[in-house]
Design a protein around this ligand. Structure first.
Ligand code: KIV
Ligand code: NA
Length: 264
């Protein structure tokens, strides 16, 4: 599609075309990711750890997400822009979820993402019936890291059925796609086959309908990245080297050279 819309997600699944999603938090990066051909951009609440230096996602506010969503949404025209509802902005009631989600849609989001299963069904129903497409998020859900005991694989053994039931409940309530994070690959495969809507995996094996990664992990901006990440570039070291070269050039007087300025 020239511009990604929600109905293209189901079409992609039916055609067996893999969906590509990356996070984005700013206009500068979003434009580059769009030019690279990514289908969906996620303004994730990983914004907090990745860009704002927070310890986790719990500190991220709705106002933070509004700023990042506006920056990404106005920078691109082709990818579908999904904005995370941050912790504390949607759990109390469907009405709270609607007010928060609407504020992100007003900044240009095409859909919102929220974490959790059966407990979110009423919120998902209200949002979708009010013109707000919703993406679900199951498995390891970072906003619940305190109850889950940290970033750990979810849905092992008997816990698999809970994830399946949650996935079916979300589909039934109208989500347009589901992110599955850190679940065993066989469980992700089973849920992908079971659902009509596309399943986008992260640390969930190769059989989901698509993949999502945090862009800075994918691009090698940092030394550390989770084990399920592949670094497709080494942008961190490249930027460090450019900085070193710039500093040296200024100090030794080789920058600016004659072609870098004009005397008028
Ligand atoms: O905030 C985020 O980056 C996410 C993805 C990892 C799915 O929710
Ligand atoms: Na998130």
């Amino acid at each position: 599609p020239k511009t990604w819309r929600v109905h293209h997600l189901m079409q992609a699944k039916q055609a067996g075309r893999k969906l590509t999603m990356l996070t984005a938090y700013d206009a500068l990066t979003a434009r580059i990711l769009e030019a690279g051909g990514v289908d969906l951009l996620l303004v994730g609440d990983s914004y907090g750890n990745v860009m704002l230096g927070f310890d986790g996602t719990l500190e991220v506010s709705l106002e933070h997400m509004q700023v990042a969503t506006r920056a990404v949404a106005h920078a691109v025209s082709k990818p579908l822009v999904v904005a995370d509802l941050p912790f504390g902005s949607y759990e109390a009631s469907p009405q709270q979820a609607f007010t928060s989600a609407a504020s992100l849609m007003k900044q240009g989001a095409n859909a919102v993402k929220l974490e959790g299963g059966q407990a979110r069904v009423d919120a998902v129903r209200l949002l979708t019936s009010s013109g707000i497409p919703v993406v679900g998020h199951l498995g390891f859900t970072p906003q619940s890291e305190n109850t889950l005991g940290g970033p750990r694989m979810q849905g092992r053994g008997a816990a698999a059925q809970q994830v399946i039931d949650d996935a079916l409940a979300l589909q039934e309530s109208g989500v347009c796609a589901l992110v599955l994070e850190l679940v065993p690959a066989p469980l992700a495969t089973e849920i992908t086959k079971l659902l009509r809507i596309p399943v986008i995996g992260i640390g969930a094996g190769p059989e989901t309908d698509g993949q999502v990664l945090v862009w800075s992990d994918m691009a090698g901006m940092t030394d550390w990245a989770p084990s399920f990440v592949k670094k497709f570039a080494e942008l961190g070291p490249a930027l460090r080297q450019a900085t070193e070269d710039y500093c040296n050039a200024v100090k030794e007087g080789s920058f600016p050279a004659e072609n870098n300025y004009r005397m008028e």
